[in-house]
Design a protein around this ligand. Structure first.
Ligand SMILES: [Fe+2]
Ligand SMILES: [Fe+2]
Length: 323
């Protein structure tokens, strides 16, 4: 019944997510017998027999895998679960929500590795920092649920936030920031930078063209975000500065305060670059995704909008050599 599969690459998936499969599986499920050797324990269409899963756990097997080809199917399921987070009746505890967030981060990491010039190792290091940020946030359960609900009201924001967070940690490291505390400040700032967008009474993603009033409202999101986070425990003031300043520009044309280069908190410049880049390489309701190289080229053309030196460091991380 079981079958060996040694040729494909396998990706670890979360037991917490697996628990939620109430219907038949949409992908094959494997356990690892020895390094590089995987055995299929359930196949597509099978009902997940939880008792059997538990029997593997008792034998000390605590990781389950799917193939790289089928990972997309699993990831779509995780994304759909993520969308349910916005429903206050979803009955998910903050602990479960934190697990789900981590799984969304995992999926975003795989996507990044495939698309960009980042090594799996660098991304997984950044992933560990983000996992630490999410855990830290989870220490204030009621605020966590409020933040997660706000961010998942608009599906684009949740995924975007995770991506900005991961990229910001990668870029922070590359610019020489080493301390775990400082990397977490940046990761957290990246994750929460757009939380104020969730407080608007419309989703900017739904609108092809914003009215002048809507544009004004959108311009308030850094301040709305900071205000809302002011009361959250375990958040550092530096993280709040990133949220407030992520749309400031060295040329002084940014918002909300039109700060000049030297006035802007340096980690906010890092997040600003990752924010624009993440938005550009993502397909939006009104345009296709840009390739990483095209996004960087357009950002380079925007003289004065970004810190030039940090932008060049970033280009070195994300553009694949062959593009
Ligand atoms: Fe923003
Ligand atoms: Fe953003």
């Amino acid at each position: 019944m079981s079958q060996q599969n040694e040729s494909n690459k396998h990706i670890e998936i979360s037991l917490e997510i697996l628990k939620r499969f109430k219907k038949e599986l949409k992908f094959d499920l494997y356990v690892q017998r020895s390094p590089g050797s995987f055995t299929k324990i359930f196949k597509t269409g099978d009902q997940l027999d939880w008792e059997r899963v538990v029997s593997y756990l008792k034998k000390g097997i605590s990781y389950f895998y799917c193939t790289e080809e089928e990972y997309q199917i699993y990831a779509q399921y995780v994304e759909r679960l993520g969308e349910q987070l916005s429903n206050p009746n979803n009955k998910m505890t903050s602990k479960e929500a934190v697990k789900l967030l981590k799984e969304l981060a995992q999926y975003t990491m795989h996507e990044m590795c495939m698309k960009m010039n980042v090594t799996e190792r660098a991304v997984s290091n950044a992933g560990n920092v983000i996992a630490g940020c999410i855990d830290n946030l989870g220490k204030d359960p009621s605020s966590t649920m409020k933040i997660i609900q706000l961010m998942s009201m608009q599906p684009y924001i949740m995924k975007h936030s995770i991506m900005v967070s991961l990229l910001s940690v990668l870029l922070g490291k590359e610019t020489g920031i080493e301390s775990d505390t400082n990397l977490k400040i940046i990761g957290m700032g990246g994750f929460l930078h757009d939380v104020g967008v969730g407080q608007l009474d419309f989703d900017p993603e739904d609108e092809r063209v914003l009215t002048p009033e809507q544009r004004k409202e959108v311009g308030r999101h850094p301040e709305l975000g900071k205000q809302m986070l002011d009361g959250v425990k375990n958040l550092r003031t530096e993280t709040l500065q990133i949220v407030l300043q992520h749309h400031e520009q060295p040329n002084g044309h940014g918002y909300p305060n039109g700060m000049r280069d030297a006035e802007i908190y340096p980690p906010a410049k890092i997040v600003a670059i990752c924010d624009t880049f993440a938005a550009m390489v993502t397909k939006r309701t009104y345009r296709d995704a840009f390739s990483p190289a095209e996004a960087i080229s357009r950002m380079r053309d925007n003289i004065g909008k970004f810190d030039k030196r940090v932008l060049e460091t970033f280009a070195g991380i994300v553009i694949r050599n062959n593009t």
